[in-house]
Design a protein around this ligand. Structure first.
Ligand code: CDT
Length: 307
């Protein structure tokens, strides 16, 4: 059997602090059109795709950062993206900063069906970086100041003829994220990211950013029999260089498509969702081979316990 879903990774180059949302939405629409010309049915955009990666600056009063967040989706400025997608009959996944009516701030990603309806919302679970201003750093990574970690966990939604899950950036480094979705039969995981090439706490990891990016997503795909679509905002944004390397990964763990540069770029791949069953029904037949009775520490404990 085949169940084909043609997916596109729509990588963004940098968005500078002064670039307004309107100009960014035009770039997103151009990428959407490019994906449509390649015959894609679903386009995945990066994390925080409407603005610069603002957690690299600290503000003493968080309300000074309100303008980076969306209070509704679609909004007046993002409506043209929704309209164009509906017109072209193409779905999309979009990351943005969300400020709720109750004042909570989340790092959010939505999945929009081809008819323009929002079918799913995911809020980032694993929030990296730091809570407080660290003046000695060359740039901040204050996501833990700007975003509340979501307690909603990792859902899987029936959409686009398959079972679709979402994660955001740092989530991709945590095997539990993939497995929780694997246990719901996920067939394609959509993940936007912003990954600075310079990792301030341990610069020895800088040269390995591309390797680690591929390593975590390829192993997550293979170990759970699922496609993974990882999409970057790459290039030099406000002086900070970020990893590009957006890619579409098969349930075999093989990379099917990968961007060549670090600017706005679309790559796509036809994904037969039934390929997932080759892995889900054999080596990774969870029901037959998993041993949850010996995995208790995974949910009962947070850090390592040294005896
Ligand atoms: N955006 C995001 O989650 N970036 C992190 C960088 C971690 S360094 C503080 C990532 O895992 O790529």
């Amino acid at each position: 059997m085949t169940r084909n879903l043609h997916v596109a990774a729509a990588q963004l180059g940098p968005i500078q602090k002064t670039d307004d949302r309107k100009a960014v939405v035009i770039r997103l629409i151009n990428l959407l059109r490019d994906a449509h010309s390649k015959k894609a049915e679903l386009v995945v955009f990066p994390e925080l795709a409407l603005t610069t990666f603002f957690p690299r600056w600290f503000v003493d009063d968080i309300s000074q950062a309100d303008h980076w967040y969306e209070t509704q989706m679609p909004s007046k400025v993002t409506q043209p993206l929704f309209d164009e997608a509906k017109k072209l009959n193409i779905g999309f996944c979009l990351g943005y900063a969300e400020l709720t009516k109750t004042g909570d701030r989340f790092n959010t990603q939505i999945l929009v069906e081809r008819n323009g309806t929002v079918v799913a919302k995911y809020r980032k679970v694993h929030i990296p970086g730091h809570e407080h201003h660290e003046p000695d750093r060359p740039f901040q990574h204050a996501e833990r100041y700007y975003f509340k970690p979501s307690d909603d966990g990792f859902g899987v939604w029936k959409a686009f003829g398959g079972r679709i899950g979402m994660m955001i950036c740092n989530d991709r480094r945590w095997p539990e994220a993939y497995r929780v979705m694997g246990l719901q039969g996920v067939e394609m995981i959509l993940c936007g990211y912003n990954t600075p090439l310079h990792y301030v706490p341990d610069p020895s990891q800088d040269a390995l950013q591309g390797f680690h990016n591929a390593l975590v997503m390829q192993s997550g795909a293979y170990q759970n029999g699922t496609f993974v679509v990882g999409v970057a905002k790459g290039g030099v944004e406000e002086g900070v260089d970020s990893l590009a390397d957006s890619c579409i990964i098969a349930p075999s763990g093989e990379i099917l498509a990968k961007t060549a540069g670090n600017g706005d770029e679309v790559v796509s791949a036809m994904c037969d969702l039934d390929w997932c069953n080759n892995y889900k029904n054999t080596l990774f037949d969870f029901n037959r081979y998993r041993r949850p009775e010996v995995y208790g520490r995974i949910t009962s404990q947070r850090g390592s316990i040294l005896e």
